[in-house]
Ligand binder design. Structure first.
Ligand code: G3H
Ligand code: 13P
Ligand code: ZN
Length: 321
């Protein structure tokens, strides 16, 4: 089937109590690892491209890589989405250039300016059959080159109805305590459980539930949802890397969110960790090798297995294509 929008995907996910995985893509091996797992697990998928990805790999290369994946995986629905669109022009370039979904990230603007910018993108996108994700609230960490200091600010539930009705967005990203990157929580924010594992503070499910009450049947999006698997952190550190105190969102909490109104869960850092850990290990164990195919092959295989785990054990979208 050709690229689709997320409209039907989100309706089914909302009703079915699961979330669709939105994975960031930057090169061929990442596209292949993700989509091979989704095809084998019969899962719908959102492949998303950031401003940084377009600058790195070039818009056309990324669109054509995703189109190749669609040809290779005809059984599963695939959305091509712009992640953290910074302005109208970038959204327009993606709408004109083959994307089926865009995010306009107006979260760093005032509420009023966020509404105006998002509405402008929605009007253009809907005229062209493309859906739009907006954002209210800011995540701590890095939002596509915009460094958000400190704790970020949680979404204010009392703003969501006005934002959605005035802009016409199709889905809404909210801030409930997730953040971008591999360092989401400081060790001193965490408690230690009986197995000696650091447990981060719980996500703000109270905010999520209040938002859902105010926006019935409306798809909610979670950014910054990597879990930062500790075996890959250990692999990076064992083979010459230095990522002390990298901590992510516990997967059980994402599973809970997916059962509620969260229909799209964004994962990027976990893929980066799997790729980097695998390549570091390969180089340490095979110092004589220099063929990129030899070290990218196990990296792609580990991305595939990580995505399979997310589909089956975290998102609940395996078998839903
Ligand atoms: O939320 C941001 C995504 O992880 C994309 O990151 O801007 O480095 O491509 P990037
Ligand atoms: P992570 O850094 O937690 O993978 O978040 C990715 C994301 O939100 C992309 O928009
Ligand atoms: Zn994000």
């Amino acid at each position: 089937m050709p690229l689709v929008t997320s409209t039907e995907m989100f309706k089914k996910a909302y009703k079915g109590g699961y979330a669709v995985g939105a994975f960031n893509v930057n090169n061929m091996e990442i596209v292949q690892g993700i989509t091979e797992a989704c095809r084998e697990e019969k899962a719908p998928v959102i492949l998303q491209v950031s401003k940084g990805a377009r600058a790195y790999a070039n818009h056309t290369y990324l669109v054509k890589l995703v189109e190749a994946a669609v040809l290779e995986c005809p059984e599963i629905p695939v959305v091509l989405h712009l992640d953290h669109g910074p302005d109208f022009e970038t959204c327009k370039a993606c709408i004109d250039g083959g994307f089926t979904s865009v995010m306009i990230d107006g979260s760093s603007h005032s509420f009023k300016d966020n509404i105006a910018l998002t509405k402008k993108v929605v009007e253009y996108a809907h005229d062209h059959g493309v859906v739009v994700e907006g954002e209210l609230g800011t995540l701590s960490g890095i939002e596509d080159e915009v460094v958000v200091e400190g704790e970020g600010s949680y979404t204010k539930p009392e703003e969501v109805e006005e934002f959605v009705s005035k802009t016409g967005v199709d889905s809404l990203a909210i801030a409930i305590g997730t953040s971008h990157g591999a360092y989401k929580f400081k060790p001193e924010q965490c408690t230690v459980n009986e197995k000696g594992i650091l447990v981060p503070p719980a996500l703000r499910f109270d905010i999520l539930k209040e938002v859902s009450k105010r926006l019935p049947d409306f798809p909610i999006v979670l950014h910054g949802s990597s879990s930062v698997p500790q075996d890959y952190v250990a692999m990076v550190n064992q083979f010459g890397g230095k990522m002390p105190d990298a901590i992510g969102v516990p997967e059980e909490q994402l599973r809970e969110a997916a059962k509620l109104s969260v229909c799209k869960i964004n994962i990027d850092s976990d893929l980066r960790l799997a790729m980097t850990g695998t390549i570091r290990k390969f180089f340490a164990e095979h110092p004589d090798k220099f063929d990129p195919r030899e070290y990218l092959k196990p990296a792609r295989a580990n991305i595939k297995e990580l995505v399979r785990h997310k589909l089956v054990d975290v998102l609940g979208c395996a078998g839903k294509a």
